[in-house]
Each structure stands twice: as C-alpha cells, then as structure tokens.
Ligand binder design. Structure first.
Ligand SMILES: [Zn+2]
Length: 242
C-alpha cells in the first residue's frame, strides 16, 4: 500500500493515463480551495472512473513507517533530525512545513533515547531517508488534520482515535506558531518565535551552548539540539504538497 501522497499521486497518474505533474497540480488546486488531501484524491479518481479505494492513505501505517525509521539507528536519527530542523528554519522554497515538523517531533518523543548504533550511515542514505521522512510527515499532517483554504482548521473527523492526541498537539502548536509563539523543542516552554535560537528557548540555547566545548565530538546533548539557525517570525506554515 502507498504511504505517501507522492506514491498515491503517481499511481493515480499512471492509472488515469496522465502525467504526475497534472495530477499534482489538480490536487494542489483542490486543496487551495479547502478540499482535504483524501477528498481531492477521491474526486480525481472518480472523474477518471477509477476505484477511489485503491488510492487510500492509512495514517497509522504512516506513523509506523516513521517510527520504524526513527528506531533503526541512533546516529541516523540524529542526522535526520538535524537536517529537518535546518529545513524548517529555511526561508527558501524547500522549507519543511512547520506542521509536519511538529508531527515528526511528536513521534520522535516516543522513541527511546538509548544509544543504539547498528550501522555507519552514508550521507546518501541520510539524504534518502530524510526525503522519505519529509514525504511521510507531510502526508500524515495532510490527512490527520483538517484543512481549509485558510490553513489548518483542526483534527480531521476521520483521524483514528489513536492519533487524535498527536493531531491535536500539531494543531495547537501550529496555531501558536501562526500567532508568533514557539514551543521550545528541548524543555517545551512557550516563547515568542523571535526569541528562539535554533528552535530553542533562550535558556535552553544558553545551557547547550555553554556545555559544548570546541573539540568535543560527543553528541551527548545533540539529541536536544535539533537545529541551527534562526526562526523567522513572518513565516507561515502550509500543508501543501508538491
Ligand atoms: Zn527550552
């Protein structure tokens, strides 16, 4: 079964005999007018006389896939986390959407913090897994949260009961972010977005900066510090897919 919007859209494009680009464009248009991702996919399938149940997305299977990657290898998880944190702060077009990052953090929080290294990962592998993580998390928030033309509106009516807590948390943090507030990724304190540094509140940033020594390679606190850079206040999250 497909786990990402990209996979489903590709399958839909193949079956309907049109290009991926066409399908993606129509999905984005439908979502811009307030359709949810599931509804948009269903509509296109119906118009093309295809069985829409073949293009369903299972949010719990997506969470399991994310969780599996995050439990695989400690260093690998740190590296993926660092890249995503950097991308969420980016002002470029490749910016990682804030709601998807919140969903990522919710799932990461359930992963035990034990050092468990089973392999030495290549940068190529990290790049592939990060891309996979972006696709999984953006798809997840597209279906567990309810969207309208104006952005996220709440938890989706058909969000499974097991994921409602996560979806509610993503919604709450996204709304706070839109009004200029950020939840520190280390201690959970709510601060103004413009006060944050590398996604941390000023206190955590100070603590972690003072703990680091120039030649230290030990990643003892690296799990807390997920990113580098600065979060801009005027950024707005969006849940669109490419
Ligand atoms: Zn903090």
């Amino acid at each position: 079964m497909s786990l990402t919007a990209r996979d489903v859209l590709q399958k839909l494009a193949d079956d309907a005999g049109v290009s991926y680009r066409d399908v993606a464009k129509r999905i984005n248009q439908a979502m811009a007018t307030g359709n949810g991702l599931k509804q948009a996919i269903e509509n296109i399938a119906k118009e093309s006389a295809l069985d829409s149940s073949k293009y369903s997305l299972d949010s719990q299977a997506i969470v399991r896939a994310i969780d599996k990657i995050l439990r695989e290898d400690y260093t690998q998880t740190l590296m993926i986390s660092a890249v995503l944190a950097q991308m969420v702060e980016s002002t470029e077009k490749d910016r990682f959407p804030v709601p998807a990052f919140f969903a990522f953090l919710e799932i990461l929080a359930d992963v035990p913090d034990t050092r468990h290294d089973i392999k030495s990962e290549t940068s190529h592998e990290i790049e592939d897994l990060t891309t996979r993580m972006i696709e999984l998390t953006t798809t997840l928030v597209s279906i567990v949260c309810e969207w309208s033309a104006g952005g996220m509106r709440g938890v989706a009516a058909d969000c499974p009961v097991e994921l409602r807590g996560m979806a509610r948390s993503v919604f709450r943090k996204t709304r706070m972010f839109q009004s200029g507030l950020w939840t520190c990724i280390s201690c959970g304190k709510i601060v103004e977005v413009r006060e944050t540094h590398a996604l941390l509140c000023p206190e955590c940033d100070k603590d972690i900066s003072s703990e680091r020594t120039p030649n230290s390679t030990a990643p003892s606190r690296e799990r807390d510090r997920l990113g580098y850079g600065r979060t801009e206040k005027d950024d707005s999250p969006d849940g669109s897919i490419q």
